[in-house]
Design a protein around this ligand. Structure first.
Ligand SMILES: NC(=O)c1ccc[n+]([C@@H]2O[C@H](COP(=O)([O-])OP(=O)(O)OC[C@H]3O[C@@H](n4cnc5c(N)ncnc54)[C@H](O)[C@@H]3O)[C@@H](O)[C@H]2O)c1
Length: 351
């Protein structure tokens, strides 16, 4: 398509970060933002110089003649709003997790195909400098045969929005696993070449995040003392992939651990890597007959800018985005299987 991509943001929570990034993307024209909480949308509009504010996203799409939207809404609204936006002629960037479950994700992909529009998922961790570099190293063969990964996304006391949609299973689809686990599972599967998951054994726990006297040090959003908490605060799993590779996983919103961490260790027969959100990328390998640690130096890029640059480029040039809906679906299948395996206490096959 010629000209700038006219885009609107739906939801002014993390949608504010979408707006900030989109303002910097040359081929994007951020036309409007929408939230049922108009005051919240107005704050974002003022902060990021967005010309129009709406309360109804359908009205926004129609009146602003949008080419694309970003969906930054509670998880239970991702499917409905994405499909409606496709039907109204928009390309869609949808936040993670893609949906409440794999069935919903499949419906979203089918709707995008029917409308011949692009669907990208908000796996923003892929766009960090460290992630992009490791992807190049693995693709280039520097790590050899990648056969296993260990992934960790642990918070000591970091339940978001206690008592809001975040902790209500019917609105979120789950707890820490679907909220932060989704990022580290996706990132690591992508680094590993996105092998097809075939089976999962897992367990989820609700140990203390739900207790009324839950003590914490940080919280994304605010607490609703009267709200529901019926989701996991810990999950662990073992995943097998079709190519023989495996992954172990530890994810928590709240666990009695020393400190928060978010990283994966990826093992190949030529080299291993530690990809950590708080530290530089580290490669463990051999060099001219010596065991060597490599810590590359680089200028850190803005992953949010990179993410939306890729989405806008995909829309403008009709290219598959780095984070297509099909990847969101595979990640969702792993998450669904962990919850099911926990319930049945059996290994779950993924088709
Ligand atoms: N990529 C990331 O790192 C990241 C970070 C935070 C959140 N997220 C994801 O983004 C999504 C939103 O999370 P959040 O933290 O912004 O939640 P939030 O609850 O803070 O914000 C959601 C906003 O949506 C608005 N809203 C609800 N229904 C609406 C409707 N029908 N039309 C318009 N607006 C509506 C609410 O008023 C609210 O302001 C979730 O899926 C979450 O998992 C991703």
């Amino acid at each position: 398509m010629g000209g700038k991509v006219r885009i609107g943001v739906i939801g002014a929570g993390i949608g504010s970060a979408h707006s900030k990034a989109l303002k910097q993307v040359k081929d994007a024209e951020l036309s409007a933002i929408c939230d049922i909480d108009e005051a919240r949308a107005k704050v974002a509009a003022t902060n990021w110089q967005i010309p129009k504010v709406y309360k109804d996203y359908k009205e926004m799409i129609k009146k602003e003649k949008l080419d694309a939207v970003t969906v930054a809404l509670p998880n239970h609204l991702h499917k409905e709003v994405t499909i409606k936006a496709f039907e109204m002629g928009c390309h869609v960037f949808c936040e993670k997790p893609m949906a409440m479950n794999a069935g919903e994700a499949e419906e979203m992909i089918a709707a995008g195909k029917k409308a011949k529009k692009i669907l990208a998922i908000g796996f923003v961790q892929r766009f960090r400098s460290e992630s992009l570099l490791l992807k190049k190293l693995i693709t280039g063969g520097d790590m050899g045969n990648v056969y296993h990964s260990m992934v960790f996304a642990l918070r000591r006391r970091g339940v978001p929005g206690w008592g809001t949609w975040f902790t209500t299973k019917s609105k979120s689809g789950g707890g820490g696993l679907i909220d932060i686990g989704v990022h580290i599972i996706d990132l690591t599967m992508w680094e590993m070449g996105f092998p097809k998951p075939v089976s999962v054994t897992g367990s989820e726990y609700m140990m203390f995040g739900h207790k009324k006297d839950y003590n914490y040090i940080s919280m994304w959003g605010s607490k609703n003392e009267k709200g529901i908490y019926d989701v996991d605060d810990y999950a662990t799993a073992f995943v097998r992939f079709e190519n023989g590779a495996t992954m172990t996983l530890e994810v928590s919103w709240a666990a009695n651990v020393e400190k928060d961490c978010f990283y994966s260790v990826i093992l190949g027969d030529k080299g291993g890597a530690r990809l950590d959100i708080d530290e530089p990328l580290k490669i463990y390998t051999e060099h001219y007959g010596k065991i060597a640690d490599i810590v590359p130096k680089y200028i850190k890029e803005d992953n949010w800018f990179n993410q939306f640059s890729n989405f806008i480029d995909s829309v403008k040039n009709n290219k598959t985005p780095v984070t297509p809906g099909e990847h969101g679906l595979q990640v969702q299948k792993v998450i669904d299987a962990i919850y099911l395996s926990s319930k049945t206490k059996k290994e779950v096959k993924i088709t």
